[in-house]
Each structure stands twice: as C-alpha cells, then as structure tokens.
Ligand binder design. Structure first.
Ligand code: AMP
Ligand code: GLY
Length: 422
C-alpha cells in the first residue's frame, strides 16, 4: 500500500519513517516534507499543507490507501473533512473535533462536562476584567491564549508583575493576533508533567507509553516555553497507577465527551498531564501526535504502525507491542535566537552515525547541501539501556557536530536520572 503523511517537521519524519518499515507499505509520501526526509527514502513534493485541492489530487493520483495529518493547523483548517468529502480515508480529526486543541475554552468546557480533572480556571475577553482578576489571584498563575499559538501561547508566571506583562502582551498588544483576544487564566498546578498519547476512533482508545517533553528553552526548565526541546520515553518514575488513572479519568471521558458532542474523535489524542498530589490533572489536549514526543515514542513501537492505524481506522483492535527495556531519548537542535527571531541558512554537514538517528524539521537545500530554515532544525535520537547510555550517545555525537549558531539543552532526561530511574 501507499501512504501519505501531511506536514514537514520532525514528527512527520518519524511517522513516515516508521510507516516505511512496514512490509506492506510500498511508498510513503510526505507533503510538503523536507529534504532531510529523503535520506530515509520518504518521497516529498512541494505541495503546501493549506493547498487542499492539490493534496487531494495527489492522494487520488497516487492511489494512497490513507493519509495521516501531522500538524494542528491543517486539521484546524478542515483538511481531514476535505479528504473525507472526496471519499479519501484519513487518520486525523474533523475540524469540529480539533476544537479540543484549537480552543482552550472548548477544552475546558469539555473537561467540566466530563468531570475530567484539570486546573481551576476563568476565561476572559475583556482586558480590564482579566487584569483585576489577576491582581486578586496573585502568583504563581498561568495565562493562556485561547487559540493556537504554536505551543508558545502559555505563560507560567512566577510573579504578579510577570503575569500582568503577559496579559497585556496577549490582550492589548495582540501578541498572538486573534488567538489571544480571549485568554484563559488558570491555577498553577504543582507536580511532574508527562505526555500521554493514544490511537483513538470514537470511543475506542489505545494508549501509548508515556513520555516527557522539555518545553522550556533553557536547562533546569528555565527560560521561555518553546515547541519542545527534547523528550524521552518511557517515564518510569511516574507510577503505573497514575498512568492508569490518567487513561481512565482523562482520555476515556474526553473521547466519550467528543462523541456525545457529535464530534467523535478519530486520530491521535494527546493529553498533557501534571501528576499532582491529588492525582493526574489535565493541562491541555492536542488533536495530533506531539512533537518531539513522537520521535521517541514511535521508536518504542515493535508492531507495524501501518497495520496499527489501518486496524484503528477499520474499527478493529490493533496489535500493539511496545519495547519494554531501556529508554529512547531525543534532543532538539535549534537555531540561536529561537523561539524569537533566529538565524537561518546555517549549513548542516552532519556526520553519519549508526547509533544516533536524525529527524529533520526546519531544513532546506542550497546547492544540494542541507541548511537550516526553521527554529527547531532537527532532533537527534538514540536508544540506550539507561538514560545515561542514551545521553552519552547523543551528546558525544552533538559535540562532534557542534556549531556556534546552534543551541540545544544538555540536560534532556536528567529528571529521570534524579529519580534513580533507568
Ligand atoms: P500548554 O501549551 O497548555 O501545554 O502549556 C505549556 C506548558 O505550560 C505546559 O507544558 C506546562 O509546562 C505549563 N503549564 C500549562 N498549564 C499549566 C498549569 N495549569 N500549571 C502549571 N504549568 C502549566
Ligand atoms: N510537545 C508538545 C506538543 O506537541 O504540543
């Protein structure tokens, strides 16, 4: 069979590469993809993710069995609906179901209706009212732009002054345009964060092993939030009982709630969760695979991803076998300046390695040479028996490939080490 992946980042590289391993898969296309993917035999073409007509034409012409949509923006723009209207199979939620990610207000309402544990919150569309509420609440406190903001529309304010600045930037200076015209202000949850993803079709839910992202730019979780600077899976120091509770109290009621609202969810449902003293609480839902979590979680899947998704699409139970031993780790390499304005056109002559796998994101080609053209450029991944072993493989390789214009965190996975965890 031939399969199509929509998107161009490291997540889509990981999905396409895993699909390509299936003996049943003949070709994997990624649109628009990036030149780094071609090294793994993934076929790309310059069709942008907002060009619904050309994407549909491509899927028809190439007789793809089904399509998976990686990023949130095309989902939000109704790409899955457009494919289905043409009779094309797609593993990704409808525009209506994507609200679970695209509107924090919608997600909060769903959580209230379904009694899904989450932080206490209020939503605001008026700046003065929000400002007064902040003054009353004090810090720490969390301010979130209502709409999509590429993972950057959340400020965890440690002080009241920081909170007021963030609010002003969002509501008065329109930092995220329409996305921040409305904001959610919520209680700051204390505890460790983890990501839980599942293959979902209606009320059927098949969870993956949990992972941990590193959202802050700087070591020891300092600096601004980013799209994610690294990840590892599994997270063994989070007890199994917490994960089971998260599946039962968060994922299951979320999927059921979407069906009840007449917007059944099909695709990957992602919950960002904090393990608080009162149990797991939800901080966000995403309507898609996480980036960079996918790059490490899919490497733990021993079953055939193409078969898994085919089964879920057909409403059948998939065969899901996950690697039990060791750890998978990934470190994101970004351009200096990210997540604000960053350098571009950084040449990337990277040494090949048997133990370090690269998933490309913000790259393009100049004279057949790979150069950077995005903030997050690539993720270097490795598997090890322990966190230390995986870290050594990656950081030794990164040392050899170090470039002054590049940045990466040197502490990805350290949290698991501190817990004496393998
Ligand atoms: P989000 O885009 O909603 O995932 O938020 C980005 C990051 O902000 C999360 O990964 C958390 O680290 C942090 N965060 C969001 N909401 C809360 C909260 N209520 N309490 C503490 N931290 C939060
Ligand atoms: N890693 C978080 C996200 O994909 O939104």
């Amino acid at each position: 069979m031939k399969l199509l992946v929509i998107g161009s980042g490291g997540r889509e590289h990981a999905i396409a590469k895993k699909l390509k391993k299936s003996p049943k898969v003949h070709s994997v296309y990624c649109l628009p993809g990036n030149p780094g993917m071609k090294r793994d035999g993934i076929e790309t073409a310059a069709i942008e993710q907002d060009d619904h007509k050309s994407l549909i034409e491509f899927a028809k012409n190439h007789k793809v069995a089904w399509t998976i949509i990686g990023p949130e923006v095309p989902l939000f723009n109704g790409l899955a609906d457009a494919f289905e209207a043409e009779g094309l199979k797609v593993f990704g939620p409808s525009q209506a179901a994507t609200q679970i990610e695209a509107s924090k207000r919608f997600a909060k309402q769903l959580m209230t209706q379904q009694r899904i544990p989450t932080a206490d919150y209020q939503t605001f569309t008026d700046y003065e009212t929000a400002k007064a509420y902040l003054a009353e609440q004090g810090a720490p406190i969390v301010i979130k732009a209502d709409g999509l903001a590429a993972g950057k529309g959340v400020v965890v304010a440690e002080t009241a002054a920081e909170a007021q600045t963030a609010l002003k930037e969002m509501m008065q200076d329109n930092k995220f345009g329409d996305s921040s015209a409305s904001v959610v202000i919520e209680e700051c949850l204390i505890g460790e964060e983890f990501s839980l993803m599942a293959f979902v079709n209606g009320d059927q839910i098949y969870p993956m092993p949990i992972s941990q992202d590193h959202k802050r730019l700087l070591e020891q979780d300092k600096g601004p939030n980013t799209g994610g600077m690294g990840a590892y899976a599994p997270v063994r120091h989070i007890p199994e009982a917490t994960v089971d509770a998260a599946i039962e109290k968060i994922l299951v009621p979320a999927a059921k709630g979407m069906s009840a609202k007449g917007a059944p969810f099909k695709g990957i449902l992602y919950a960002g969760i904090i393990a608080t003293d009162e149990g797991p609480k939800t901080i966000e839902f995403n309507a898609r695979f996480g980036d960079p979590e996918t790059q490490v979680v899919l490497n733990r899947l021993e079953s055939d991803l193409a078969e898994v998704i085919t089964s879920v699409l057909e409403g059948k139970e998939p065969e899901l076998k996950w690697k039990q031993e060791g750890i998978d780790l990934g470190v994101v390499v970004a351009a200096k300046g990210y997540p604000e304005a960053y350098e571009k056109e950084i040449p990337l002559d990277l040494t090949a390695s048997e133990s370090v796998e690269l998933f490309f994101a913000g790259v393009t080609e100049r004279n057949q040479q790979l150069v950077s053209n995005g903030g997050r450029i690539y993720l270097a991944a490795a598997a090890g028996e322990t966190i230390e072993a995986a870290q050594s493989l990656i950081y030794d390789w990164l040392n050899q490939n170090d470039k002054q214009q590049l940045i990466y965190r040197k502490d990805i996975g350290d949290k698991a080490k501190q817990k004496n965890c393998k």
